[in-house]
Design a binder for this molecule. Structure first.
Ligand code: ATP
Ligand code: MG
Length: 426
């Protein structure tokens, strides 16, 4: 604990973060780089963003940087922008303890409002984990460690600052953060925190849905999604985010499908390829969707409306746990719908499916379903070959299906529809 020098090479720190700290210091304020970036630098990883903590108030920070603006309601912080990079500057905040008025907490002890400025020492103690409470002053090359964070980084421990249960109650999202850091850093959650975490998952019910959605994205799209998922399940938190998926996890191929979708997301992130939450949500909710669709069909709803309604119902139900913005729920529906169209390849259908803007995602999804253990009669393989084939080969592949002869051109509309339903049912 205390102060040490020579722990971090100053030249490894992002120059923009250095500029911010320097300008604040020159103007008589205290300023440190802090949090995940210090932790990651100590671990030899490149931080994905930089946070600065200071005793300057947001307006004062604002005045020092032309390229800055104040953001946030729950926390007012200042974003200082350098081209595409942003350095987040937060004013020291006070932790919430019994000395404070109860108005800041709800009945579970959750913080409702958090804009109370504090001293350096208070700022240390309001942070979540010891490994996230390391402050580095680049001018003097000093690392300040008030709560034993350095030792915990060195031994790989995720330890809450203070009493674990209280800290989780104050902000239950810290439970998800613990899981995320465990998956990302390979650290262990210390025993006291682990037992609190296993008991307190239900507190996630009180967190605003939009914040949970953000946190789910951080868990699943940080390059360690597969591990994050497995840890969420292992630590009994998954069911508080995706209750229907949790219920079907072992009675369907859901666990495998989700695992594969996240593994493929991890691989894409490692290769700097774009990823979308829609694909992940499609996998997370596929089996709940199929179950809902089947039960509508069993109740007499025709196949097409059942597919449509089931998607709506499942997505609406999921919104009670984590919000899903429209720009993601629409592609989820398209990926699902296409699963029922991919088997119907006769006539011109295969060709027009290939042109569908969601074809690639739907095809990838189809392959995952097969890998997860769904028996689809070689459909994925067929589509793989179809994409690789030239124009003539494609024609003969479609002909070989034999469906064309009995397609809509020859059959009555009614017969065609009945047959199509039979073909697409799986
Ligand atoms: P990463 O950026 O790698 O996801 P991080 O630790 O930097 O990890 P951020 O969400 O960027 O996480 O937060 C920056 C810092 O703010 C954290 O290191 C921690 O000190 C503090 N912090 C963030 N969220 C909380 C919280 N819910 N409770 C207490 N402190 C928090
Ligand atoms: Mg960060």
């Amino acid at each position: 604990m205390g102060e040490s020098r020579g722990r971090l090479a100053r030249d490894r720190i992002n120059t923009n973060a250095l500029k911010v700290v320097t300008r604040l210091t020159e103007n008589g304020y205290q300023a440190y780089v802090v949090g995940g970036c210090v932790r990651d630098l100590l671990l030899g990883k490149s931080p994905k963003d930089y946070d600065v903590a200071t005793d300057a108030h947001p307006d004062e920070v604002r005045d020092l940087f032309r390229n800055s603006r104040i953001v946030g309601r729950r926390f007012r912080i200042v974003h200082v922008r350098f081209g595409r990079e942003v350095v987040e500057v937060a004013t020291f905040r006070a932790p919430h303890n019994e000395a404070e008025t109860e108005a800041h907490f709800n009945d579970d002890g959750r913080i409702l409002e958090d804009n109370i400025y504090g001293t350096f020492d208070e700022d240390v103690h309001r942070r979540d984990f010891t490994m996230n409470a390391l402050y580095y002053q680049p001018e003097t090359d000093t690392l300040l460690d008030e709560v034993g964070g350095l030792a915990d980084v060195e031994t790989g421990k995720i330890r809450l600052i203070g009493e674990p249960e209280n800290r989780f109650r104050e902000d239950p999202v810290r439970m998800l953060r613990a899981i995320r850091f465990r998956a990302k850093l390979g650290f262990d959650i210390d025993d006291a925190a682990e037992s609190a975490l296993r008991r307190l998952g239900y507190l996630l019910q009180d967190i605003p849905r939009a914040r949970l959605f953000e946190e789910v994205l951080k868990l699943f799209m940080n390059g360690h999604g597969e591990r994050s998922f497995e840890e969420l399940v292992e630590f009994d938190l998954f069911g508080w985010l995706f209750p229907d998926s949790r219920r079907l996890l072992d009675s369907t191929p859901a666990r495998e499908l989700i695992r594969l979708a996240l593994a493929s997301t991890d691989t894409r992130i490692a290769a700097d390829k774009p990823v979308t939450p829609a694909f992940i949500y499609a996998a997370l909710l596929w089996y709940p969707f199929l179950e809902e669709r089947q039960s509508l069909i069993d109740d007499g709803t025709p196949m097409l409306p059942a597919t449509y309604e089931a998607a709506g119902n499942i997505l609406a139900k999921q919104q009670l746990f984590t919000s899903i913005p429209k720009r993601f729920s629409l592609p989820v529906r398209e990926i699902w719908n296409l699963q029922f169209r991919l088997p119907a390849r006769f006539g011109k259908k295969a060709f027009s499916l290939l042109e569908h803007k969601r074809f690639r995602a739907a095809y990838d999804f189809l392959l995952l379903r097969e890998s997860a253990g769904e028996a689809l009669d070689g459909l994925g393989q067929w589509w793989t070959e179809f994409q690789e084939a030239d124009a003539d080969q494609r024609q003969s592949m479609v002909k070989a299906l034999g469906g064309g002869k009995r397609g809509p051109a020859t059959g009555s509309r009614r017969r065609y529809r009945r047959r199509r339903r039979a073909r697409t049912d799986n």
